[in-house]
Design a protein around this ligand. Structure first.
Ligand SMILES: [Zn+2]
Length: 68
């Protein structure tokens, strides 16, 4: 089983106990940080999109429809 952090190292599976998901503690931390960053990036993108939409459609104005 390969390390989940993406370093490509093989995770040693102990004979007893649960098999680890990461090759080492630093791998686990790295993966955790990457996940946190991904979530923060997602939130930033979402808030950014919301802001752009609000600017594009000011309250009280109807969206312009292009016919044709
Ligand atoms: Zn790793």
């Amino acid at each position: 089983m390969k390390c989940k952090c993406g370093c490509g190292r093989e995770v040693a599976t102990p004979a007893t106990g649960r098999p680890g998901e990461y090759s080492s503690a630093s791998c686990r931390k790295r993966a955790q940080r990457q996940r946190e960053r991904a979530v923060q990036l997602e939130l930033a993108l979402e808030s950014g999109v919301t802001k752009v939409n609000e600017e594009a459609l000011p309250s009280g104005e109807t969206p312009v429809q292009v016919e044709g």
